[in-house]
Design a protein around this ligand. Structure first.
Ligand code: ADE
Length: 228
C-alpha cells in the first residue's frame, strides 16, 4: 500500500519509522512518504495560514499550498483516496480501518489551526475520493496525531504487517465485543491469583469463560455496543 502524508510538521510522523509499521516500510509492504506543506509556499515567510473571511478567532490554512501539494500527488495516471482527519468528520471505526486497508493508495492531509479553506475539499473531490474522518468527540491541535492512529489501525490489517495474524481475530471491535482479560506468569502476583479456569486445561470451558467476560466487560464499559 502507498501512503502519503502532507503536514507542516513532518517530524511529528517520525514514529512511523518504529515498530511493526517501520518494519513493514523496510520490507516494502508500506510505501510511505511524508511531505512538508511549506515546500509549496512561495513567500519569504513560507506562509500557510491567514485570517478567516467573515471574522472569528484563529487562522485558516490557505488553499494555494494545499492545491499545489495535491497537484503533485495526482500528476500520474492514478489518484489516492484523500483522508482529512478532523473533529468534524465521520467517525473512524474498525470498519473504516478494514475498508481503507483494501485501498492501494491513501493520502492524508493534516490540517492545523481552525482548519483548511473549504474550497480545497471541493476541488480535490473533483479528482479523487475525499473522506473527512474523526478519531472521536474531542479536539486535537492538528491532524498529525490522528494520522499516526489511523495509519497504525489500517496498516496492521494488511497481510504480512503483523507477524501473528491470529492476534487480529479476537480483538476488541473485531466482532462488536470488547476483549476478555488476559493473564501471564506468575500464577500468583502480590497475592492475586490468575482465574483458576485458565489453569484447568479445559479449552471449551476457557472459551465459554472468555466469552462471558467479553459480554460483562462490554456491558460495563460500552453498553452502546450491545444495544444495536
Ligand atoms: N484533528 C483535530 N481533532 C481531531 C479529531 N478528533 N479526529 C481527527 N482529527 C482531528
Amino acid at each position: 500500500m502507498r501512503l502519503d502524508v502532507i503536514t507542516i510538521f513532518p517530524d511529528y510522523l517520525q514514529p512511523l519509522d518504529l515498530s511493526l509499521i517501520g518494519t513493514a516500510r523496510r520490507n516494502g509492504l508500506l510505501d510511505l512518504h511524508v511531505h512538508d506543506l511549506r515546500e509549496h509556499t512561495h513567500d519569504r515567510h513560507r506562509t500557510v495560514d491567514d485570517t478567516p473571511y467573515g471574522g472569528g478567532a484563529g487562522m485558516v490554512m490557505k488553499p494555494e499550498p494545499w492545491g499545489e501539494a495535491l497537484d503533485q500527488l495526482t500528476a500520474g495516471d492514478t489518484v489516492p483516496h484523500l483522508i482529512v482527519p478532523g473533529p468534524g468528520g465521520t467517525p473512524f471505526t474498525q470498519q473504516t480501518a478494514r475498508d481503507l486497508a483494501q485501498e492501494p493508495w491513501l493520502a492524508f492531509a493534516c490540517g492545523r489551526y481552525e482548519g483548511i479553506d473549504e474550497r480545497v475539499y471541493e476541488e480535490a473531490a473533483e479528482r479523487m475520493p475525499v473522506s473527512v474522518l474523526s478519531l472521536g468527540d474531542y479536539v486535537l491541535n492538528g491532524g498529525e496525531v490522528a494520522v499516526l492512529a489511523m495509519v497504525e489501525a489500517i496498516a496492521r490489517l494488511i497481510p504480512g504487517v503483523i507477524g501473528n495474524e491470529q492476534s487480529l481475530v479476537e480483538e476488541s471491535h473485531e466482532d462488536g465485543l470488547l476483549e476478555y482479560p488476559v493473564y501471564t506468569k506468575p500464577a500468583v502476583w502480590r497475592g492475586r491469583e490468575v482465574p483458576e479456569i485458565l489453569l484447568s486445561g479445559n479449552h471449551g470451558a476457557i472459551a465459554a469463560w472468555r466469552h462471558e467476560q467479553r459480554l460483562q466487560r462490554t456491558a460495563a464499559r460500552r453498553p452502546d455496543l450491545l444495544s444495536d
